[in-house]
Design a protein around this ligand. Structure first.
Ligand code: GLY
Ligand code: MN
Ligand code: MN
Length: 464
């Protein structure tokens, strides 16, 4: 945990923003896999972690602004629980570390909220995503599940606060990236023909676990990099394949890293692979170099798309004017997703609070309909203190080729004849994480090899 004053200061700032009523932040529960006592690994809710820092299930934090009280609701272990789990730090002591001196049994939360409701005081809560917490809130607030109305004021205040990272949070993210970088180097060193994708995942998971880190998200380690969030891991690596490794570690305190590298199973890239890799790399560096406070990330996304189009045109896969191609969304044949997203306690930071609130403004809302832009999670002006990913890619998706070709879609910009020849190419992504500064950006974590030469150097050594 950070110091107790960290959590106290964060709550004080939140109280100033909300001004009136009761804020209730539910912690997460241990979700059952196949029966109640066989559970998925516990992961605390990130907003709860931000304001209270306590890593325990079945607790809630309450901030009563009007009565100036802060309370952790939860139950100390009774003798039955002690028999099974052993003695642990008490909830009282954990709460003191979060700067909260008052704890009450969990069942008291219902009375507290009923009373606040009776007195017509606003009860602010965030959008619940765990089913248990949805049902709990429905019961606590005596509202049908479909009528739970999260507090927009609270969402906006939390997003405002969590978006600007404190120096100690940057240190955590850099810790996550230190381990993430080492995971990537390890993967590049040990991958060899005949190995299964899941063997590589297991090796990097062990590397992280040996330092008490977990994965920040299910890794994408695949020879089918064109499948954006591929979770199938049973393919074998063959000479000539590209391995796309999108994996990141999470620190014990919950901060994420999110890196992607793409490397050949063979010692070297083929000419085709090298050409498209360098197109993605140029798009990456062009986008990265635009970043500073005040620049709109949607413009950076569109610049990355334009650079991709120019590179794909040089290779012969696209044609025509690059700006017109991007304006017509023709690049989404190759780049179907967004350039990046905020990152912090969540790999897609605060996505549970709503992309519109995290990545957009009321003046420029998210485009929810246009293929490509609807997957851009961040489309607003950058501010110093934001942490985000930059992750352009080229993904050649056979089904998409067939669909667009049949519709003759964007045929003035896409060379479908040559594209047929690339239909089994797979995908390439390059992803790093950055801190936005007033006049630029800072790469977070150690530099991880990125050029064709650097990657081939490692592959040659490991296969020799
Ligand atoms: N790791 C998922 C992503 O890059 O968004
Ligand atoms: Mn990623
Ligand atoms: Mn990412």
């Amino acid at each position: 945990m950070f110091s107790s004053s960290t959590y106290q200061n964060r709550r004080t700032q939140l109280k100033h923003e909300i001004t009136h009523g009761v804020i209730v932040l539910l912690g997460n529960i241990e979700n059952p896999i196949n029966f109640e006592h066989n559970t998925y690994p516990f992961r605390q809710d990130s907003s709860f972690l931000y304001y209270f820092g306590i890593q325990a299930p079945y607790i809630a934090g309450l901030i009563d602004i009007d009565e100036n009280r802060e309370i952790i609701f939860g139950d100390e272990l009774d003798m039955d629980a002690l028999v099974w789990t052993g003695r642990q730090e008490t909830l009282k002591d954990k709460s003191l570390k979060a700067g909260v001196s008052e704890t009450l049994p969990f069942k008291e939360l219902e009375n507290y909220l009923q009373k606040a409701k009776f007195n017509n005081r606003p009860i602010h809560f965030l959008p619940p995503y765990q089913s248990y917490n949805k049902i709990l809130l429905s019961r606590l607030l005596d509202r049908h599940l479909d009528e739970l109305l999260p507090s927009e004021k609270l969402i906006k205040a939390v997003v405002k606060q969590r978006s600007i990272k404190e120096p100690q949070e940057i240190e955590q993210i850099e810790e996550a990236l230190r381990v993430s970088t080492e995971m990537h180097l390890l993967a590049m060193k040990i991958a060899k023909p005949g190995m299964k994708e899941y063997e590589l995942v297991n090796a990097i998971q062990k590397y992280a676990a040996d330092q008490n880190f977990t994965f920040a998200y299910p890794p994408i380690v695949t020879v089918h990099g064109e499948i954006l969030h591929n979770q199938f891991r049973e393919n074998s690596f063959k000479n000539g394949d590209l391995v796309l490794n999108d994996s990141g570690a999470e620190t014990p305190m919950g901060y994420a890293g999110d890196l992607t590298r793409t490397f050949p199973v063979s010692a070297t890239f083929t000419d085709r692979q090298k050409d498209l890799y360098n197109v993605v790399l140029k798009s990456f560096t062009d986008a990265r170099d635009m970043m500073k406070s005040g620049v709109n990330f949607k413009d950076i996304h569109l610049k990355a798309a334009k650079t991709l189009v120019e590179g794909l045109t040089a290779v012969g896969l696209m044609k025509g004017n690059a700006e017109d191609a991007v304006a017509n969304h023709a690049h989404t044949m190759f780049f179907q997703c967004g350039l990046g997203h905020m990152m912090g306690l969540d790999v897609h930071d605060m996505e549970d609070l709503g992309e519109q609130y995290v990545g957009y403004t009321e003046a420029e809302p998210k485009d929810k309909n246009t293929f490509g832009l609807k997957s851009l999670r961040l489309g607003k002006e950058l501010e110093a203190g934001f942490v985000l990913t930059v992750e352009p890619g080229i993904y050649i998706i056979p089904d998409l080729i067939d669909m667009w070709k049949a519709e003759k879609k964007n045929q003035e910009f896409i060379n479908y004849d040559l594209l047929e020849d690339y239909r089994n190419f797979s995908g390439i992504r390059i992803e790093d994480n950055f801190l936005i500064e007033e006049n630029g950006f800072r790469l977070l974590g150690p530099e991880l090899v990125k050029t064709v030469d650097e990657i081939e150097e490692i592959r040659k050594q490991s296969l020799s």
